[in-house]
Design a protein around this ligand. Structure first.
Ligand SMILES: [Fe+2]
Ligand SMILES: [Fe+2]
Length: 512
């Protein structure tokens, strides 16, 4: 057995007998013969157990026991008390002072040794259990912290996936490249906690130059002066390097170093590539994270993926925009055909489109609705392509039959653009621009709310221009007279839209 045992008794014989027996068992013993000596030896010897007589010179055993245990350093030392006192309450007294065991004199040495051995065996077993518990507790703690970190990582990944999915959905809804740039910038700043972002894109898929398209938290005036060539070394390196470059890194090819340094000095930390089907769409530069932490592998992986989604979104919105301008040139060709056929109405279509666009904006229609009004107004008389020129250009009064032909132009117009998907929503405006609120219009004799707001706008713009333009059979009215005429016909024309027209004329946005 191992262990230090202090044996305290005023009778040297007793101390000797006990000490020798314990020495034989492998314990290391120390002796003390009075209370004061015992307290000193406790400090010097650092015992694992104390055998203490109750009756001692100088300080009695109970006081010694109490003083040892009141010291925080020694409070765990087990104390076995011995006494030849035969009073019945002795054990109670000893336990009250903190003793673990009581042995009555005269004692059997074998009994003492057996009790001490037993005590140390129990203490070892307890120590084992305590250590095992501590080990299990540590394992549990580690498990908990592993679980917490996995759980945190999982939550972060879910959040990232949600951001990506939100962004993809948002990008799919967008049609204007500028809106796409704006949503991208907002995503980087708002969702991803980046302090600054700048987006450079190619003006079209064929041009080789990347110019500043937008961003947030950046100095626009400096960035607008920058451009990157598609063949620049930095772009080349981005492509070779999997689409991302750490602008603080030193292992960048010398040729790309100057551009890299310049961007780093502007506060950017990383540069990402936007590519669709190996066509370069642009690059995204990001500054520090708002929490000042470094970019992790996960961040870079996620941003790279995001840049890929952004590239698709941007390429789509650019295609949409190019498609829009193709549509517009198709419409302009159609319009010039009408104007060529009906010289008396020269410029009519353009003016009607201008008035209708201003009205749609003034009323506060959405961008999409304004676009429909614009198409509808531009094409409102396209049906005149199907009316004989001699009727259109006739300066004398029209016969009833000729009027009937003229009145068929909204229907013909609506049929002409039927099947042209991008003009589908404008068909209603073409067909119904001669409808009147009181039901007196044509071709369908619609009344009140049956006539859409777009058709009402075109009707007012069309009539206002007809009134204020010269015709072979009469002179043009002034704008003021034109408005008065419309005001006198609020049973036919929408009063509120007329009021918007008055505002536009009064503010000079529509002028003679
Ligand atoms: Fe018309
Ligand atoms: Fe017209």
């Amino acid at each position: 057995m191992n262990g230090n045992i202090l044996v305290v008794d005023d009778d040297p014989n007793v101390v000797e007998i006990i000490s020798k027996s314990l020495d034989r068992e492998g314990y290391v013993t120390e002796s003390a013969y009075d209370g004061e000596d015992a307290l000193v030896k406790v400090e010097l010897f650092d015992p694992d157990l104390i055998i203490l007589d109750t009756v001692l010179p100088k300080i009695d055993g109970f006081q010694v026991c109490s003083r040892i245990l009141s010291n925080e350093k020694n409070c765990d030392i087990p104390i076995v008390m011995m006494s030849d006192d035969i009073l019945l309450d002795l054990p109670m007294e000893a336990f009250k002072y903190g003793a673990k065991e009581i042995i009555k004199k005269p004692f059997s040495v074998t009994e003492i040794v057996a009790k001490i051995n037993n005590y140390f065996l129990n203490a070892d077993a307890k120590k084992d259990i305590r250590e095992r518990n501590q080990f299990l507790e540590m394992e549990l703690q580690k498990g908990r912290s592993d679980y917490d970190s996995v759980s945190r990582e999982l939550k972060r990944k879910i959040l990232n996936l949600r951001t990506l999915s939100d962004l993809s959905q948002d990008l799919n809804k967008l049609q204007e490249p500028q809106e796409t740039i704006h949503v991208l910038s907002l995503t980087f700043i708002g969702h991803l906690g980046i302090s600054s972002v700048a987006i450079f894109n190619t003006e079209s898929l064929d041009t080789g130059k990347l110019t500043f398209a937008g961003g947030m938290g950046v100095q626009d005036n400096i960035l607008r002066t920058l451009s990157f060539s598609r063949d620049s070394k930095l772009i080349e390196y981005l492509i070779e390097n999997g689409g991302v470059v750490d602008l603080a890194a030193h292992n960048i090819p010398r040729e790309a170093m100057e551009e890299k340094k310049f961007l780093f000095n502007l506060g950017f930390k990383y540069c990402f590539l936007m590519v669709v089907k190996s066509n370069l769409v642009g690059i995204i530069l990001v500054g520090e994270k708002i929490n000042n932490q470094n970019y992790s592998e996960n961040d870079l992986e996620m941003f790279n993926f995001l840049c890929h989604s952004a590239a698709i979104g941007l390429a789509n919105s650019r295609l949409y925009s190019e498609l829009q301008s193709t549509y517009l040139s198709t419409i302009n060709v159609l319009v010039s055909t009408i104007e060529a056929k009906d010289p008396y109405t020269n410029g009519h279509t353009k003016r009607v489109a201008k008035y209708a666009n201003l009205l749609a904006e003034e009323i506060g229609l959405s961008k999409k609705e304004q676009e429909i009004v614009s198409f509808g107004a531009t094409l409102h008389d396209i049906g005149k392509l199907g009316v004989y020129e001699n009727i259109l250009n006739k300066s004398s009064e029209l016969t009833e039959k000729e009027w009937k032909v003229i009145k068929s132009h909204p229907e013909i117009g609506s049929n002409i653009i039927k099947g042209m998907k991008f003009l589908e929503s404008a068909r209603d405006l073409v067909r119904h621009h001669h409808e009147r609120l009181d039901g007196s219009g044509y071709p369908d004799g619609l009344e009140g709310d049956e006539i859409s707001i777009g058709a009402r706008i075109v009707a007012i713009a069309d009539s206002f221009d007809a009134m204020t333009s010269d015709r072979p059979y009469r002179k043009a009215l002034s704008y003021k007279e034109g408005i008065n005429q419309l005001m006198n016909q609020t049973d036919k024309f929408d009063k509120e839209i007329i009021q918007h027209l008055v505002n536009l004329v009064n503010s000079g946005r529509i002028h003679e």
